[in-house]
Ligand binder design. Structure first.
Ligand SMILES: N=CN[C@@H](CCC(=O)O)C(=O)O
Ligand SMILES: [Zn+2]
Length: 429
């Protein structure tokens, strides 16, 4: 048999054996408003990029085309009609403590009697109460509890979230939490943060001793995390300890984040600037001078309005000041047993009503800016060609209804990596 015939036989057999799968094409069409959020993370850059009667063409896990329904219709295997709905990027939640055991609703009574967050912590409640419960919980139990929270997050429109350790405060239990974050199987993509310096555990008398212990375990724990974080606060960890601990994390490739100025401004944003943090979070008490410092270094401000809300506080981060200073601002739930919410829609409502952010600013802060706060703005957070196809379809005629129509879940469908993973009425993932 001559070579040619042999080659043709081989080719025909190989085509037969390895049929080439055409990737699945999905078209989301007829959106009353399609928000692309393409453009950037600073006020003067980003725009909602609204397309009336918009459509998104998805191939496999990626967005391949954005445009009007007229341009794109008829080009997919499956179509989802988004008539009189808003279509936008899935919410990104850049600050959560979602892996924990036990709850602290009892502390509502203490707050109602006027006890402060730090007073409750000093009494062995707060974070330390959750540490005791989480240390006693098995990895399996933590996975089970976290899956329920992730399901609530998904149906409320979150498609990517950061998740911190911080309720172990020793090597074994910090590792256990980070393994849960790395191993859990859920449509929501998780980004792990090592928050070993979250509070002073009972085994140490001085905060400096705990920092020394945590610095020693960083080499073993670093492979399980992308970020490192600390609760820089009066009576918890001071600026010097924070800088030392974050700098040690950087040696092992961990990108710094910092809980700053939640209760007092002791200068933690200065530490954020010195270590080149990707974000500083809370910022309720940040002084004008330190806001200016953050502006110079382009550090992303992450606001967590659900925390003052659940601390019965009237004081929220001065979002307008940060925005006027040109600082990119993001929003997050801060999901934890003190601020126990999975809803980015509730956070958007609080950002508008309590921090006077414009709806457009709050939406950008919950998508593209939030993606930037976890180093993922090139992959998610906006609807652009080549980005991951993470979208949500909301029962809203226009985007201003998000935050305005509050206390309910407006999300009707969630598409994650090009797949419909949740549709109101049944769970598909
Ligand atoms: N303040 C520090 N850490 C979390 C709260 C954790 C907790 O209270 O369990 C926060 O960011 O608010
Ligand atoms: Zn936090």
């Amino acid at each position: 048999m001559d070579m040619n015939v042999k080659f043709n036989n081989l080719l025909s057999r190989s085509i037969f054996i390895f049929p080439i799968y055409l990737p699945y094409m999905l078209l989301i069409k007829n959106a009353s408003q399609l928000l692309t959020l393409a453009g950037g993370i600073k006020k003067e850059d980003y725009e909602l990029g609204i397309i009336e009667n918009g459509a998104v063409l998805i191939e496999g896990e990626k967005i391949v085309e954005i445009g009007s329904t007229k341009e794109l219709k008829g080009s997919a295997d499956k179509e989802i009609d988004a008539s009189s709905k808003v279509v936008m990027p899935g919410f990104v939640d850049p600050h959560t403590h979602l892996v924990f055991s036990g709850t602290r609703e009892n502390e509502l009574y203490m707050k109602l009697q006027g006890k402060t967050y730090l007073e409750i912590l000093k009494m062995g409640g707060g974070i330390l109460r959750t540490v005791r419960a989480t240390r006693n919980a098995s990895k399996e139990a933590l996975i089970k509890e976290s899956m329920r929270r992730l399901d609530y997050m998904l149906v409320n429109g979150t498609t990517t979230a950061e998740a911190k350790s911080g309720y172990g405060l020793n090597y074994e239990d910090e590792r256990k939490i980070l393994e849960v974050i790395n191993d859990i199987k859920h449509p929501i993509d998780l980004v792990p943060t090592f928050l070993g310096a979250h509070a002073l555990p009972p085994e140490f008398k001085k905060s400096g001793e705990h920092i020394e212990y945590m610095k020693k375990i960083i080499p073993k724990i670093a492979p399980l995390a992308k970020f490192i974080d600390i609760f820089c606060e009066k009576g918890v960890f001071n600026c010097e300890e924070s800088k030392e601990y974050l700098d040690e994390g950087k040696k092992y490739g961990l990108v710094p984040k910092i809980h700053a100025d939640e209760i007092e401004d002791i200068g933690c944003t200065k530490v954020a600037v010195e270590v080149g943090a990707i974000s500083a979070d809370h910022l309720v008490k940040t002084s004008d001078e330190n806001i200016e410092l953050m502006a110079k270094k382009g550090i992303i401000a992450v606001f967590l309005p659900a925390t003052p809300y659940m601390l019965l506080s009237k004081e929220y981060a001065r979002a307008r000041k940060f925005i006027e200073m040109g600082i990119p601002v993001a929003l997050a739930t801060d999901l934890n047993p003190n601020a126990y919410t999975e809803s980015m829609q509730m956070v958007i409502s609080l950002a508008i009503t309590q921090m006077h952010m414009l709806p457009e600013e709050a939406i950008a802060a919950s998508t593209i800016n939030a993606a930037a706060a976890i180093g993922m703005k090139d992959k998610i957070g906006s609807l652009e060609k080549g980005k991951q196809a993470d979208l949500i379809i909301l029962d809203a005629k226009n985007y201003q209804q998000i935050g305005y129509h509050f206390g309910v879940n407006l999300v009707e469908k969630v598409i994650k990596k090009g797949k419909l993973v949740w549709s109101r009425g049944n769970v598909l993932h």
